[in-house]
Design a binder for this molecule. Structure first.
Ligand code: TYM
Length: 330
């Protein structure tokens, strides 16, 4: 039997090239080597208020983008988290073996709650639900961008704690980061991670951006006061553009060096913009095909949930038995 892969994205904003290069494209690459399960994590999305109509729309948009980017539904299961009740059930069981201090130390929690007064407790519990997602399917590998590494470490701590308290129950998952593109930075501010929620028109290239607009955003990306690429003195903005180029064109670091050393920033940006547009074009064409038939997506998501539900139920049953919950086990 193939080892299992699990990963997911929040349907909370437009997906951007960081989501694609950091995660989605890696999923496409490895899907054939594993039993792959890809989720749209709507229960994570509601840790912050979402307009219900908009959330429903975004869930479908993310699902369609998974397929448009190359996830093959015949090979991989694609489903919505809230359609499988085991996520919430296991999350509670794991909550009870999690120390509050572990959660308060999470950098994403700290960043999201900085300077805020009313903080929903779902935001604190967020990584526990994420651990439940992964452990529910006994996933061996979790392909994500770098910003999720700390959450994966917490997941491994939870496996260790649960298994040592209750006996071998969960598989220890490994993090899989892409070699290039694990942390794509904002185009307007290359010291900040590209993010779905960031404001500012020039911050991110969205996967569904109009191609001309995408080109323009790259041309306007923040660089530095040097005139041309100098590998002995690379600014953050230029380094980010070069890694976006390398990730989209799948060329080697040596090729990038040879091609771009000494190139003026205007020409560099043009090359990067062309590579990004060439990468997005087929995804957008496929997206339009997929969304032309809304029934297709419904069917696909229902089938995905039906495929993974038995795995989830088995794990919930096992965890209940291990913990001694009512009438489970002997
Ligand atoms: P989310 O929705 O924020 O992001 C989805 C995926 O995109 C990656 N990513 C990036 N990669 C490179 N550069 C960036 N600027 C960038 N921004 C985002 C993320 O690392 C992620 O892989 N907590 C998760 C969703 C989740 C999950 C899971 C993931 C819930 N349960 C279980 C894996 C396994 C999140 O918020 O991702």
């Amino acid at each position: 039997m193939k080892p299992r892969v699990f990963s997911g994205m929040q349907p909370t904003g437009n997906l951007h090239i960081g989501n694609y290069l950091g995660a989605l494209r890696n999923w496409v690459r490895i899907q054939a080597d594993y039993e792959s399960i890809f989720c749209i994590v709507d229960l994570h999305a509601i840790t912050e208020y979402q307009d219900p109509t908009e959330l429903r729309r975004r869930i479908r948009e993310v699902a369609a983008l998974y397929v448009a980017a190359g996830i093959d539904p015949a090979q991989s299961a694609i489903f919505v988290q809230s359609a499988v009740s085991g996520h919430a059930e296991l999350s509670w069981m794991l909550t009870c073996v999690t120390q509050i201090g572990w959660l308060q130390r999470m950098t994403q929690f700290k960043a999201k709650t900085e300077n805020r007064e009313a903080i929903g407790s779902g935001l604190l519990q967020y990584p526990v639900l994420m651990a439940a997602d992964i452990l529910l399917y006994q996933a061996a590998v979790v392909p994500v961008g770098e910003d999720q590494s700390q959450h994966l470490e917490l997941t491994r701590d939870l496996v260790q704690r649960f298994n040592s308290l209750y006996g071998e129950t969960f598989v220890m998952p490994a993090t899989s980061l892409p070699a290039v593109g694990a942390r794509v930075m904002g185009l307007d501010d290359p010291t900040k991670k590209m993010s779905k929620s960031a404001e500012g028109a020039g911050h991110a290239v969205w996967l569904l951006d109009d191609l001309k607009a995408a080109h323009k955003k790259i041309m306007r990306a923040t660089t530095d006061s040097n005139p041309a690429v100098d590998f002995s003195n690379l600014g953050d903005g230029v380094a980010n553009l070069l890694s976006v180029y390398q990730a989209f064109t799948e060329c080697t670091t040596e090729t990038v060096r040879a091609e771009f050393e000494g190139m003026r920033y205007g020409d560099l940006k043009k090359r990067v913009a062309e590579a990004v547009v060439a990468g997005l074009e087929p995804i957008q064409a496929r997206y339009r095909e997929i969304t032309a038939d809304p029934a297709y997506l419904d069917r696909l998501l229902d089938e995905g949930a039906d495929r993974v539900r038995p795995i989830a139920e088995q794990t919930v049953q096992l965890a209940k038995e291990r913990m001694g919950l009512y009438r489970h086990g002997s």
